[in-house]
Design a protein around this ligand. Sequence first.
Ligand SMILES: Nc1nc2c([nH]c(=O)n2[C@H]2C[C@H](O)[C@@H](COP(=O)(O)OP(=O)(O)OP(=O)(O)O)O2)c(=O)[nH]1
Length: 212
Amino acid sequence: MVNIPPGITHDGPMVEVASGGVEHDWIKYEKVKEYTNAFVILNDQKVLLGLKKRGFGVGLWNGFGGKVDPGETPAQAAVRELEEEAGITAPLRQCGTLFFVENTMDAAFNISVFCAYEYSGTITESDEMRPEWFSIPEDLLPRTNPLTTVDHGDNAAALPPIPLSKMWADDEFWMPAMFGRRHFVGRADFGVDNKMIKWWFGAAPAATGDSV
Ligand SMILES: Nc1nc2c([nH]c(=O)n2[C@H]2C[C@H](O)[C@@H](COP(=O)(O)OP(=O)(O)OP(=O)(O)O)O2)c(=O)[nH]1
């Protein structure tokens, strides 16, 4: 029986992929703010991340995104933010949903996560983000995914691996599902110093033959 935390909804079968902090209660929240986060992933081998240059999460590498503006859908906001922050457009599709609660704020963050496997335009640094490609390490990929063994000649192996130590602490838990193209959901509650105190992540079951 999967014990899904409050704030999360999902359709279809779901298996737990990570959880922790059982000694804490889920933090109560008053309202929910809508955000987006978008990842461009090429050949299942490399991912475009941006170094946040200012504001919330400054100094951390992340996908591109931000607040959903009034009158926008999350999908529209994701396209706008990717264009504003990295200068490119991409056929984004929602690949997951994340829910974050901070004990210092009365609002929770509901983050619609989008993925694309191609893009157009020229990747351009913005005031907010410095974009860079990173290779996806094998331990973040399903080992039997046939796509991962194909050499697409773009030399992803020569890139630095995803800098997990300079990313939000929760990312390592749901990224394997994202890179394995499994729909994911999850919640993380943060205490002082942005330390994760309780978390739960789930994903659609791996396809038969996948090792994760
Ligand atoms: N990967 C990851 N992303 C997170 C976490 N928490 C969190 O807010 N984010 C994302 C959601 C958004 O993409 C981004 C925060 O948005 P932002 O502060 O850049 O929003 P914004 O651009 O609209 O802000 P602003 O320019 O209007 O001030 O960080 C997390 O724990 N992990």
